[in-house]
Write a protein that binds this ligand. Structure first.
Ligand code: GLC
Length: 747
């Protein structure tokens, strides 16, 4: 019998309960468990269930958006929209004891490896819980965080298990399933409809979109229960916004971090850091952030500084401040095992590190050699770890870069902690690592974020490599160790776009490529993509050639500089895109179908994307390109560089030059333009609003001081720019802050 519960309904069959809870009338949680009471929501979810208007008629629950039909014998459901279209249909729900893992001799032999491959091909499956849905009308599946390959994941299988990818493979490729994130969320869509499913698990989880299992989407996990959220569209953009509502929005960033950022593994001493910063000044190339990679530490011991090479760290930090450049340092979770090193001694004494299955502190291998790992599941450990950052902030550090936080551990073949390692929660309850692994990076970011707020940093900047659903609340994300090859430039685009569709707006990759030497043309094209990537950082690996923006020949250097300046013209424009991400979860960059879902043609556009709603960007991802075929969706479009007008809803061929990549602006829209400065200016007194075309429109832009939390108490302004029958008006429609002077320029 279906019974009413606090926020929905419960039904029991043979000792299994299905609980249906509403978060909105079109955001519904389904939990299958042996217990009557719903497990609390996970770390990923920031909302509580709500009372929504529902009625039950026999076995059908109806809200003002959906109908849910429950099979009382099998507990399977069918979900319909109110027009009666079947949106989602269960084929199987399974929960079982963890099947025995396949045994192996310790070191995998080649024969064992090939057997494993054959077995998984034949369907061997070590999962504990499974949710299988029929593929109905979906032509595409999108999301799943950071994954290599094209946008549409139909016919594709993958697994989420946060991994230091490079530890497993010489270079990121489409056959690798494990990347640095675990975001078990996808969108099923066609041109008319869309829904999302967030499978809320912390365990290793897999998604097969009709690859091995024909005609079904199979979602499985290695532990836990079936606990998932169904989110109705009907538009793809609705799904992303509702998923973001559920798992939390990013905070408003400090505006400086929207500028160009410079990193390298490593600037080895304070002189080199200062020289690099000063070179940006003398070359007059904009730069807002410089990073210190692992070599600033003494023997890779976190929260220490090498006494020789960085003997006067404070002085270096002060000099960067004078140049208006922020300083970000890397902090990895691995703590060096060394008696007399206070972080190790203290953590050990307090019992703060992850243990092995017998309760002995687990020792793995990271940069410092033997290393131990804080148990971030405990809030006292989070607090302890967070407080350790104080010494860095006191020395003038502004932001924190969290790396190797999957966590990476080179001591074994899995390249992470053993699944049997132990964590403890605040109630002292034991959790094996297989359950905590995928959220480890998120917990570290949270610890750091809270500590920064505590220290008085109003808008903390954290960059992370590992992430889970919800990490967007704490940190920007970069996609780890790419290589300086054209293929990776190209591959980064769908990766960013699927991350955006997975509720992760602040994303970017290593501009110029990390591994291997870059080359001038590749570097230049990467910078051009970087201008239109939410997070814009140049980074390269140890042992590769330098790739600061002045190391190439004069022609390339000049073009690189002027392209970086283009980013700075757009800072206030970009800042408003971040505001939309902050208030609604809107991706800063999105595939064309995000805004033109009904247009079939947009689904085959792989490199082009929209930066905000009205800037269409076509990065050049191959060498020596002189022409490019680009698709312009419905409307009239202006070439951003020379204002040539094109009719949309068609493919056109455009000429490509080295200096710029193709960018188009939709008629009936505005692009804000700042004066170019060498660093981001917090308070732009005057901004030009370029109005494209004669079409009527209303568009709004957001302004505040760019750094404090005053906006939370109303110190901001939202300006509405409206064009009606050729007449343009600018009004402040929100906030008590002062609006900058907006100067209209008609294009
Ligand atoms: C990892 C990071 C890379 C960093 C290196 C050294 O490979 O992904 O960005 O430079 O470690 O810290």
């Amino acid at each position: 019998m279906i019974e009413k519960s606090a926020y929905g309904y419960t039904i029991e069959k043979d000792g299994v309960y299905l609980d249906i809870e509403f978060f909105e009338s079109d955001i519904v949680r389904f939990v299958y468990s042996k217990e009557r009471h719903l497990p609390k929501v996970s770390q990923s979810i920031v909302r509580e269930p709500k009372l929504v208007k529902v009625k039950l008629d026999k076995n059908i629950i109806e809200t003002d958006k959906l109908k849910i039909e429950i099979d009382e014998n099998t507990l399977k459901t069918r979900i319909y929209n109110l027009e009666g279209v079947l949106l989602s249909e269960d084929k199987e729900i399974l929960s079982r004891k963890k099947p025995a893992k396949r045994k192996h001799s310790g070191e995998w032999t080649l024969a064992e490896r090939s057997e494993i491959a054959m077995e998984s091909y034949r369907g061997r499956d070590e999962s504990c819980v499974k949710l299988v849905k029929n593929i109905l009308w979906e032509t595409g599946y999108y999301g799943l965080g950071e994954k290599y390959g094209y946008l549409n994941k139909k016919g594709y299988k993958t697994q989420n298990w946060c991994s230091d990818v490079l530890a497993h493979t010489p270079v990121h490729t489409p056959v690798v399933e494990h990347y640095h994130t675990s975001i078990p969320f996808f969108i099923g869509a066609d041109t008319q409809k869309a829904y999302g499913i967030f499978f809320d698990t912390r365990y290793k989880n897999s998604f097969d979109f009709g690859k091995y299992k024909k005609d079904v989407v199979e979602i499985s996990a290695d532990g836990g229960i079936v606990d998932y959220y169904f989110i109705n569209g009907p538009k793809i953009s609705d799904v992303v916004e509702k998923y973001s509502y559920l798992t939390g929005y990013m905070e408003m960033p400090d505006k400086k971090y929207l500028g160009y950022q410079q990193c390298r593994w490593s600037y080895v001493d304070s002189d080199e850091v200062i020289q690099t910063a000063e070179k940006f000044v003398s070359e007059n190339i904009p730069c807002d952030v410089i990073y210190l990679d692992i070599d600033y530490m003494e023997a890779y011991k976190v929260f220490t500084v090498d006494k020789e090479r960085f003997s006067d760290f404070k002085k270096m930090a002060k000099r960067l401040k004078e140049l208006a450049i922020k300083l970000v340092v890397i902090i990895d979770p691995g703590v060096k095992v060394e008696e007399g090193y206070s972080v190790y001694d203290d953590g050990l004494e307090k019992g703060y590190f992850v243990t092995d299955k017998n309760g002995k502190t687990y020792v793995g291998q990271v940069w410092p050699g033997d290393s131990v790992f804080p148990d971030f599941l405990r809030t006292d450990v989070q607090k302890w770890w967070g407080d350790l950052h104080k010494t860095l902030f006191d020395m003038g550090v502004d932001g924190i870069w969290n790396d190797m936080n999957e966590p990476a551990d080179a001591s074994n073949e899995e390249k992470t902690l053993p699944e049997t390692a132990l964590h403890f929660d605040d109630n002292g309850k034991k959790h094996t690592h297989d359950e905590i692994h995928n959220i480890y990076g998120m917990l570290e970011a949270k610890a750091t974020y809270d500590a920064m707020l505590n220290y008085g940093i109003d808008r903390p900047f954290i960059l992370t490599r590992a992430a889970a659903a919800g990490s967007q609340r704490y940190a920007a994300l970069w996609t780890g160790d790419n290589a300086s090859i054209w293929e990776h430039l190209e591959a980064s685009i769908p990766m960013f776009l699927n991350l955006g569709l997975s509720g992760y707006p602040w994303i970017g990759g290593d501009v110029g490529g990390f591994m291997g030497d870059t080359n001038p043309e590749l570097f230049l094209r990467w910078i051009q993509l970087g201008i239109f990537t939410p997070f814009f950082r140049n980074h390269s690996s140890l042992g590769t050639m330098n790739q600061e923006p002045w190391v190439f020949n004069n022609q390339i250097n000049e073009i690189v500089k002027s392209n970086i300046e283009e980013r700075y013209k757009l800072i206030d424009h970009i800042y408003s895109l971040f505001y939309k991400a902050h208030t609604k979860g809107t991706p800063i960059i999105a595939p064309l179908f995000y805004y033109y879902q009904e247009d079939k043609e947009t689904y085959g556009v792989h490199e082009g994307f929209l930066f905000g709603e009205n800037m269409l960007v076509y990065p050049i991802v191959r060498p020596e390109v002189t022409r490019k075929m680009v698709y312009l969706p419905k409307g009239v479009w202006y070439d951003y560089w020379n204002n040539t007008k094109y009719d949309g809803e068609k493919w056109i061929i455009v000429e490509v030059i080295l200096e710029k990549m193709p960018v188009f602006i939709k008629s009936g829209s505005v692009v804000l333009e700042n004066a170019v400065n060498r660093t981001v200016v917090y308070d732009s007194a005057e901004i030009v609003a370029k109005v494209y075309g004669e079409d009527d429109f209303t568009q709004s832009f957001y302004f505040d001081d760019g750094k404090s939390k005053a906006y939370k108490s109303g110190e901001y302004s939202v300006a509405e720019i409206r064009q009606l029958a050729g007449e343009i008006k600018v009004n402040q429609i929100e906030g008590k802050g002062k609006m900058p002077n907006i100067v209209i320029k008609k294009i």
